[in-house]
Design a binder for this molecule. Structure first.
Ligand code: ATP
Length: 309
């Protein structure tokens, strides 16, 4: 339970890429063993998956409470929805609980109270595997391994058709990179290979996640400096990705939240406000403060004490 969340999210990525890390992650986290579908009593067995509709949000949290240590609550009433094919940004000061929300959605932990619903179905009725199959996580650590650009993109779906690979390359604006690298998709990248910028590596990770066609993409936006071109590319990519799947982004940049369909402001583990950028600028003092500080990029503003990790 003391592993840093970045390691947890890295582990989620590895699970999705079929690296067999799932077992080790479960062991490392000492998660309680959950029943397999066959062991779940009939009245709790998952019903056949209903077709997604716009009425049923891809993700909903209802009054979620959670503490890593039961004596120290971290989430104290978080409620929001991510509608199908919409972009929702999660903002808040350092320590507000944003990464903890991701950890609960990825089901590394279960809420102490409240409900998490995927496509209208309570997470508690679904196996972790079933939940994770529909979710992709792209965290701040970019996972580019030594291999070709194609290998890096098709890690989770090695037999992806060419047209699908081209689709995600286009979606995440990597065509220029493909054109630039000698050999294009066959160019070797990663350690000892051609180098990519931080923003390009992030988009390779996004392409890899999108190739699996997730219903929900969790993106922890990079906090490190992106040049103007990469920052603009990421903003455009988010807009386009949200046409394909529901997108929940831990946002650190004002430029990206401005385009979100709605923004959830977390404060001390509670949903302090939900709305669009302009609404929150007038309606939420905390949001105004965050906006003024450009979403607390590390090093640019000292966050208030969060109680220590
Ligand atoms: P940041 O923007 O700095 O990443 P955040 O909003 O994502 O912050 P969390 O990382 O969710 O905040 O942390 C919320 C609280 O939970 C903090 O007080 C933190 O110290 C605590 N916390 C986070 N992860 C763990 C953990 N694995 N074990 C115990 N406490 C934790």
């Amino acid at each position: 339970l003391v592993l840093p969340l970045s390691s947890v999210f890295r582990a989620v990525g590895l699970v999705q890429r079929g690296m067999g890390a799932y077992q080790r992650v479960e062991e490392a986290l000492r998660l309680p063993v959950e029943p397999t579908t066959a062991q779940i009593p009939a009245d709790h067995a998952p019903a056949p998956r209903p077709p997604a509709t716009r009425e049923r949000p891809a993700l909903a949290l209802h009054d979620v409470h959670f503490g890593y240590d039961p004596r120290r609550p971290v989430l104290r009433g978080v409620s929001f929805t991510v509608p199908q094919r919409r972009h929702v940004a999660l903002v808040g000061r350092s320590g507000a609980g944003k990464s903890t929300v991701f950890a609960l959605v990825a089901r590394f932990y279960e809420p102490d109270a409240g409900t998490v619903l995927f496509d209208g179905r309570p997470a508690a009725e679904l196996t972790r595997d079933a939940c994770r199959r529909g979710i992709a996580v792209v965290d701040q650590n970019t996972h580019v391994v030594h291999g070709t650009l194609r290998d890096n993109i098709t890690y989770a779906v090695p037999d992806a058709p060419e047209a699908e690979i081209r689709r995600v390359v286009e979606l995440v604006r990597l065509e220029e990179v493909v054109d630039r690298l000698p050999g294009g998709l066959a160019a070797v990248i990663g350690e000892r290979g051609s180098t990519l910028s931080g923003g390009e590596r992030q988009r390779v990770a996004l392409a890899r996640a999108l190739l699996a066609r997730p219903a929900l993409l969790l993106l922890d936006e990079p906090t490190s400096h992106l040049d103007a071109i990469n920052e603009a590319a990421l903003t455009t990519v988010m807009k386009d990705v949200a046409q394909e799947c529901a997108l929940l982004v831990i946002a650190h940049r004002l430029s990206t939240v401005q385009h979100a369909d709605h923004i959830v402001v977390l404060q001390d583990g509670r949903t302090a406000a939900v709305g669009r950028h302009e609404e929150l600028l007038t309606g939420s003092a905390l949001y105004r403060e965050l906006a003024a500080s450009q979403m607390l990029r590390p090093g640019e503003l000292r966050p208030p004490p969060a109680g220590g990790r």
